[in-house]
Design a protein around this ligand. Sequence first.
Ligand code: NAD
Length: 479
Amino acid sequence: MSEIPVYQNYINGEFQAESASYIDVTNPADGALLSRVPNASVADVERAISAAKAAQQGWAATPAIERAQYLHQIADKLRQNVDRLASIITQEQGKILPLATVEVNFTADYLDYMAGWARRIEGDIITSDRPGENIFLFRKPLGVVAGILPWNFPFFLIARKMAPALVTGNTIVIKPSEETPNNCFEFTRLLDEIGLPNGVFNVVCGTGQQVGEALTSSSKVDMISFTGSVATGSAIMASAAPNVTKLNLELGGKAPAIVLEDADLDLAVAAIKASRVINTGQVCNCAERIYVHASVADTFISKLSEAMKATRFGNPMTDKDLEMGPLINQASLDKVVHMVETAKREGAEVVTGGKVADLGSGFHYEPTVLTGCHSGMEIMKKEIFGPVLPVQIVDSLEEAVELANASEYGLTSSVYTQNLSMAMRAINLLDYGETYINRENFEAMQGFHAGTRKSGIGGADGKYGLYEYTRTHVAYIQS
Ligand code: NAD
């Protein structure tokens, strides 16, 4: 039997010799022990922040195009190791191997994409009110970024935070989720091989209460870039408040999918199913609730139920040709069970699924469609984060939009119609960060991923995501 790996924190360009305490990481498909990872002490976190602080000025003084070369080199390393990395992600997170492979390749592409901004970081020169004066707006790095990651796309999220941070001249301390840290340590091993200057990239692993709190309350951290739940986002805001630390928060979602009377129903079913079974429904922008026009409701629900029922799921390391794996842990499975049972008590009807799938081991829930749902139900309001689609019947686009907007979340939304003016009307009315028309919910790296209301503050990706990692310094020059 091969030995269980024991990973160590990465501080100032070195893997540490040991940690005072460790956390066990297990496979959600079969419960097998995969690794032991550090639960870093507050002193470890402080050393990582100090290393990042000490490295930052030198890193910022390095030409952006040289900083970008490091990102390209990491991207190359990831591509050379794609199968091994995908398998590590699948083992600890439970997503199917093809999706983990997409995640690794997308991460490499993202590093290259953000590196491509190196020669395009621009300031402005503004006309002054005074004769002989010029006003210059410089874009400068913020300093030290703390990147706190969730478990659902753990590998990609490393790059989503470190690539824009590093190319703009910041240094970073990453805290992976304690559920899925192995891929982050493997990423770091590859990064270590390329000789990035010490302190530019650091990893401290551990619980949110200990390591997360130490990062977010530090006066030496200049920006907290967090992806995770609303509850943790709020806790981070409170922790960051005394130091007035800049926040970038990518939080939860409750994406509405609106199916209008003229929709291509086969396309709508395929796209909504794809948006729901991807990563077993554990994606912030997944279709989480459906509003379907009454005139097509019966046909749509029957097609959707057939499609969901046919979903192939199981253990992604042993079963072939799957569409989804298990949920991440027992707590997530319990939450899905609780939400479906509550919906049933509140009057929802199970058309397909509606129960735990007993595959011998793993946290599997059957792909589920619920009808008879209405806006008062918990399942139409709270994030499910599992393979469950509740459906509510509506009589118009306006009714659907009103229900869609009456949510504490405002991340993504989707609309299925063949009528361009209805699509434009929906975009005008939907109070959301993103709207997908006639396609599954999945953002592009050159777009801007951001939500309204409790879905977050600021955003990621593209030019605007890059500039989140900068501040503006204005100089008034009188000649
Ligand atoms: P989570 O909030 O439980 O944990 C996220 C991270 O925060 C983990 O690393 C955790 O250790 C850390 N953490 C926990 N408590 C902390 C504290 N007090 N201070 C600092 N850090 C703390 O989220 P999760 O369960 O890992 O991820 C699922 C959630 O993430 C869902 O709500 C999902 O919608 C959201 N999400 C959002 C996006 C987006 O782009 N908007 C993307 C992926 C996931």
